[in-house]
Design a protein around this ligand. Structure first.
Ligand SMILES: *[C@@H]1O[C@H](CO)[C@@H](O)[C@H](O)[C@H]1NC(C)=O
Length: 377
């Protein structure tokens, strides 16, 4: 029976000219979308019976597709059958950052980016019969800041989170913007320091009256990050230690590998941090298997088979293949960019899959942070 379904699916894919197997799909009509963000989804060929949902968030200047092609979460989704969402933020003057400063986004059901991302989660849960108790979020840079904000505003939705190079939730509150190019950088510079209690209050105030489960956190940062300073790693740990009610039990060097220091809170199941010596912004690899293990989604291999990925049956919702097929990560960096313009300071200027400006507006210069991300600094 399964063989027949698979054969039919392959025939259908061949007949419609699609590449064989799962790919990133663009989705529309997923919700009221109060802040005009976008949604892409990766549904593996074999979906678990009640699949977990993992949200992966890009940094400033990136988008969902860039985040998809610069990480390897989908290879684990293929094996374990969970669903991946890659949102894209509303592009803000050519440089898309997540809104981590406005009251709308910093408040549960406040009508900002946070609410839009949660609507995408609800859509995926409904469409793929997902497990609402197993929803997770990770992100890089602006996406990491957003990961912390989502843990504060929607602890009822996200069971665990993993920010890479972020800042505590509400660190940007009152900054007037979330874009390092046109808003104040006090927070990114590590100059907003508070007590654990105060940070905890900020997180709790994002969803007042809520007394339920809190989001478990695995926090990553590079100790040589000069864009989002590593003090923010300490401030983030303070925040979640207070919210989760756990304290530092030990710091362990060369864990999980040489050059990293592990900050273990309690038994490490609620909160753990990893600081990588010498790593700049974008320098800490995503450690997909550690992130997904912490989330708890690498335990049950996918068993069921589905061919229901397309077409959609949700009224008003559509999924269409993204134009660019999955990219195999390689050690090549920039692709030829648009010769007619330049990127502003802090914007992306290169990296695997990048098709935007590769020149920077002087005096900024394009700096390659890793194979997937070059930035005007
Ligand atoms: C800069 O942003 C911080 C929050 O990150 C805020 O507390 C501070 O008031 C802002 N400064 C100005 C001058 O707007």
């Amino acid at each position: 029976m399964i063989g027949i379904i698979r054969a039919a699916a392959v025939f259908l894919a061949a007949g419609s000219g699609l590449v064989n197997g799962a790919s990133l799909q663009s989705v529309t009509g997923w919700g009221s979308n109060p802040s005009n963000i976008q949604m892409s989804i990766y549904v593996p060929d074999r979906v678990a019976a009640k699949p977990p949902v993992v949200v992966v968030l890009h940094g400033c200047g990136g988008n969902g597709q860039q985040m998809y092609s610069s990480s390897r979460f989908q290879t684990y989704a293929d094996q374990y059958g969970f669903v991946l969402i890659y949102p894209s933020s509303n592009s803000n003057q050519g440089m898309a950052c997540w809104d981590v400063h406005s009251a709308k986004s910093l408040t549960h059901n406040g009508g900002g980016d946070t609410q839009g991302i949660v609507q995408q989660v609800q859509y995926a849960l409904n469409k793929y019969n997902g497990d609402a108790a197993r929803v997770y979020v990770m992100g890089f840079s602006s996406g990491a800041m957003m990961t912390n904000v989502l843990a504060a505003t929607y602890p009822d939705v996200f069971e665990a989170g993993a920010p890479f190079a972020g800042v505590p939730a509400a660190c940007w509150a009152g900054a007037g913007g979330s874009n390092p190019a046109n808003s104040n950088t006090t927070c990114a510079n590590g100059q907003i320091t508070k007590s654990a209690q105060d940070w905890g209050n900020y997180a709790r105030n994002a969803y007042s009256g809520y007394n339920g489960r809190r989001t478990r956190m695995q926090v990553w940062h590079g100790a040589a990050d000069t864009l989002v300073l590593p003090q923010n790693f300490q401030e983030t740990l303070k925040q979640w230690s207070n919210v989760l009610g756990v304290s530092l039990t030990s710091t362990n060097s060369n864990n999980p590998e040489s050059g990293y220091t592990q900050y273990l809170y309690g038994d490490g199941k609620q909160l753990v941090g990893y600081l990588q010596a010498g790593a700049g912004h974008g320098g800490v690899p995503y450690h997909e298997s550690m992130v997904l293990s912490f989330f708890g989604v690498l335990t049950t291999p996918a068993t069921s088979t589905t061919v229901s990925r397309t077409p959609t049956t949700t009224p008003g919702a559509t999924t269409t293949p993204m134009t660019t097929p999955r990219t195999t990560p390689a050690m090549t960096t920039t692709t030829p960019g648009n010769p007619g313009g330049s990127q502003s300071k802090w914007g992306q200027c290169g990296g695997l899959g990048w098709t935007g400006f590769t020149a920077c507006s002087p005096p900024a210069a394009c700096s390659t942070l890793n194979p997937y991300y070059a930035q005007c600094l």
